[in-house]
Design a protein around this ligand. Sequence first.
Ligand code: PBG
Length: 328
Amino acid sequence: MSFPATRPRRLRATPVLRRMVRETSLAPDDFVYPMFVVHGRQVRREIKSMPGVYQLSVDQAVAEAREAAGLGIPALMLFGVPAVKDAVGSENFSEQGIVQQAVRAIKEALPELIIVADVCLCEYTDHGHCGIVRDGAIDNDATLEILQSAAVSYARAGADVVAPSGMMDGMVRAIRSALDAEGFVNVSILSYAIKYASAFYGPFREAAEGAPKFGDRKTHQMDPANAREAMRELALDIEEGADMVIVKPALPYLDVIRRVRDACQLPVAAYNVSGEYAMVKAAAANGWLDERAVVLELLTGIKRAGADLILTYHAKDAARWLRDELRV
Ligand code: PBG
């Protein structure tokens, strides 16, 4: 039957009717909140290109974690800004590393909150690359050993999940075997399985102080033009033992999120990255966009594309907005 008997507008008539037939719902449970931790005390330094996001010392990170947990957000993702950078990124696997300190402090204050530790070298190395550099190129296999030490070190500090983000071949298998060998069989791996060489990471590199000093990341991160290749990366990471996978960034890659969701049984996370956040904040600050409406729309779009989880700097605001939505 067609018009006039069929009228799709009937089911759009009121807010409650629309809620009743809504296909995709968003909840604080969907969010993972990324945070940047730095050495020092009482440090709360706003990142210029990411208004509302701060570099936090451990005491402040605990307070921030408490606020996020209070809003119903189940998990944090931690990135560290080390005191000293060197060729191998030593602070990445030091017991006194800033992420290790933050994990211990947050776990002590909020034992139930899930802590994900990002595992990559770029914030920790003096050259800003995601691996050990030899003759101007990243040595994949030498890098795996460092990633193993870092993952074990985060697990020892109390991280529930480790998230390798460096796009090294074999990183998931290497980390799984190192964790198991140390008895951390229950620490899971959230792999950045499909990470594109994106210009949308710009603000993050200010936040985490991890921009490459020469060259770029195109020899390991994926070409934005490729979607079939994403299926290859996905298959490899599943085979190597990933528990969950990330597609990153989110908004220019919604088709990839959908393909990944349809191709596997693992939880799929999408990373709504720093540049995506910065665009919204800049437009909202100018009065060009309604921040709340735009953020809820884009997060719903990422969920509708197939993401089970969304890593997003909007997490606290979105959780608050969702809580404040009218109920009948
Ligand atoms: C690497 C890492 C990056 C991001 C998360 N992990 C930066 C990069 O690959 O250059 C970017 C996240 C964002 O832009 O929000 N450790």
